[in-house]
Design a protein around this ligand. Sequence first.
Ligand SMILES: C[C@H](N)C(=O)N[C@H](CCC(=O)O)C(=O)O
Ligand SMILES: [Mg+2]
Length: 363
Amino acid sequence: MRIRDIKVGKIDLPLKRTYKRAQRIIETPEEIVVKVITDEGEIGIGSAATTSQITGDTEDSILGALKLIKPKIIGIETDDTEGIFKAIDKTLVNNSAAKAAIDMAIYDLFGKKYGIPLYKFFGGYRNEIETDITINFGTVEEMVTSSLDAIMKGYTHLKVKVGTDSQVAIDRLNVLKKSVRKGVTLRVDADQGWRPKEAVRTIRKMEDMGLDIDFIEQPVKAWDYDGLKYVTDHVETEILADESVQGAPDALKIIQTRGADLINIKLMKCGGFHNAIKIINMAEIVGIKCMMGCMLESKIGITAAASLAVARRNMIKADLDTMLMFKEDSIVGGVNIDKNIIKVSNEPGLGIHEVKGWNEIIL
Ligand SMILES: C[C@H](N)C(=O)N[C@H](CCC(=O)O)C(=O)O
Ligand SMILES: [Mg+2]
């Protein structure tokens, strides 16, 4: 079975509520959906999220990258995944979202060809995982209301976006801790907002106040590896690297220096399954655990991410909550979401049947 064609299209994902984090405010995320078509008429599906502030990928850059990649992989045998990824990496650096979309579609085809759900192919450790839910940064009232709403819907882990002012972060978390019932865990995403010493001071204060934070995600700038390690070494709370780990080489840096306690893997950051697997394997060797995260992505990306997250023992946490954020679900098939539990299907590949509202773009 060889690659015969690649079609791309765009879907809009209108949000129920505006998404707010330190670097961006967004109403309607856009996604590029890729269909890799074989000479036997089989179709593999993948998606690329536009997240310019994190990966640098925009709609135009994703389309530009796909235009370059397409002629390089047409005609290659779909089983030759090494050959496909080598051809892509020889063609262009970075552009991880476009690469992730093709990678997802290739693995989807692989699963379909051999009749195996991807989660089983990747390790089959379990078939479901609990996700947290992200609480947007906002006023105290907004954050308390969203948190109580999430808890009512069955979520027990809240990942709180705290903005860039560390004192505001402490105040917000203090109020949230008092507002939620026992048994609800707070996670914090600082979105690169603090300087290293400020981060240590802030996190120690949270520890002294007994806020019992599960982890602090990306307290310092993405490029500040020494700063991240400094924070990790000087607080009790676990530190999760997010933007500092885009691809496998970044992960290696963190793993070799023990620069963080945990790594947040996102297919959009690392360019898909084949690189995510490298990160999981490297991290596992030294005992660094991983979380599977996501961008503002449709059920295609969430299904892909969940397929790897459930498959591997070293993936102990998940932040795969975007499905709840969209006004409607334009993807038929894929994972099943019951409150905070994401369950993968037993269908071959990703198990995606249809992408509604797919507007084809001619490359
Ligand atoms: C949506 C997910 N829960 C999340 O919080 N992801 C962000 C990155 C996505 C974005 O801001 O577009 C994160 O983990 O920092
Ligand atoms: Mg983050």
